[in-house]
Design a protein around this ligand. Structure first.
Ligand code: GLY
Length: 368
């Protein structure tokens, strides 16, 4: 097992990465589960796959699982589900010192984390991420949120978990498409600041996706350690460092918005395409060698991921895509900062990008 400390002012916690952590949940949570009844939030899909393992682990450790099972999917991150969850936690008489368990992907982690942030002005919670994306990104660093009709993740709070248990066993039951989507966030850590890790992805990415457990453990632990370093320094995204974690996300968000935030394009798939666009846009501006930008596209294609937006059949122009960017929560005094690259592993925040320039570039990319 790899243990990665996250040391955010006054509230240090650990991210543990290994196989079988859910089955040994009570031991992993030693000192944190104060009561017999343990509130767990999950979704119906995850409950079907992992509910019994978690329930048995708690039972054997002298606890009783009390489930809140929500519908799977992005629409669960809503005001309605948040209000109902908070009411349920109040009815369960959860106290500040108790720990609420979030068993699921980013949707469950974000919703439960936000409920924990506002319940009694802040309760403890533990992240049990069940997707690769949640393990390497959303479960670590304390961003919690819901979506509103105005956009995704526009209402939320920074609220750090007390512990994150990334059980690699859950990756064995994920569909390939979901693994690939999570893998995009792994590659992101190489692209943003670690050319050696990008080279590692080139060599071991296919094995990771095919089930190589050593590759999975290394990739998850390395990604978490990178994210931990970044959030330790810039928890609230005020120094321009945490913002680098948004590499590919501004372009990706526009693609998600255009495709309706659904199954047609998963978040990680949009991030993968967004990273290709960020690389090519950087090359277009003369910042990054063209060959390096194409290397990013080739790598994603080599693991079976879409790397060309011209193949999405979007039926829109570049201006339609940049229109989605106008409501981005990163918008700052009329300017939208973009994460661009000077090379693989050399991301930086550009604040001089005009949206018409991006729209013209996207027109070219949409034509292929
Ligand atoms: N997913 C980006 C961040 O946590 O900052």
């Amino acid at each position: 097992m790899a243990v990665i400390p996250v040391d955010i002012a006054g509230r240090p916690y650990e991210v543990r990465v290994g196989t079988g952590l859910l089955a040994t949940l009570v031991e992993q949570c030693r000192g944190k589960l104060r009561k017999r009844r343990v509130p767990i939030v999950t979704d119906a899909r995850v409950h079907a796959a992992w509910g019994a393992v978690v329930e048995n682990a708690l039972h054997e450790g002298g606890h009783e699982a009390v489930w809140r099972i929500l519908p799977a999917g992005e629409s669960t991150k809503s005001w309605e589900q948040l209000a109902a969850l908070v009411d349920w936690l109040l009815a369960e008489e959860v106290e500040r010192g108790d720990h609420i368990l979030a068993l699921g992907g980013g949707v469950i982690g974000d919703l439960t984390g936000f409920a924990a942030a506002i319940l009694k002005r802040g309760c403890n919670f533990i992240q049990l991420p069940t997707s690769l994306l949640a393990q390497v990104d959303s479960s670590v660093g304390g961003k919690t949120a819901i979506n509103t009709p105005a956009g995704k993740n526009l209402v939320g709070a920074f609220h750090q978990p007390s512990l994150v248990l990334a059980d690699l066993a859950v990756l064995d039951t994920l569909p390939l498409r979901e693994l690939q989507a999570g893998y995009a966030e792994v590659v992101k850590y190489g692209l943003l600041g670690d050319a050696d890790f990008f080279a590692w992805c080139d060599e071991h990415g296919p094995a990771l996706l095919e089930g190589d457990s050593a590759a999975r453990e290394y990739a998850v632990a390395h990604s978490v350690a990178t994210k931990a370093r970044i959030v330790n320094e810039d928890e609230r995204e005020t120094l321009g460092l945490r913002a680098l974690l948004n590499l590919g996300h501004t372009f990706g968000h526009a693609l998600e918005a255009q495709t309706g935030f659904g199954e047609r394009l998963l978040h990680g798939e949009a991030v993968a395409l967004g990273m290709v666009l960020a690389a090519r846009f950087s090359a277009h501006r003369g910042l990054m060698p063209r060959a390096s930008a194409e290397h990013v596209a080739q790598h994603l294609a080599s693991v079976g991921m879409a790397s060309e937006i011209s193949a999405l059949g979007l039926n829109c122009d570049g201006a339609a895509l940049t229109a989605h960017m106008l409501h981005d929560k990163k918008m700052d005094a009329g300017t939208l900062p973009f994460v661009l690259m000077k090379g693989i592993g050399q991301a930086f925040l550009a604040k001089d990008v005009a949206l018409d320039e991006v729209a013209a570039f996207l027109d070219e990319q949409l034509r292929g």
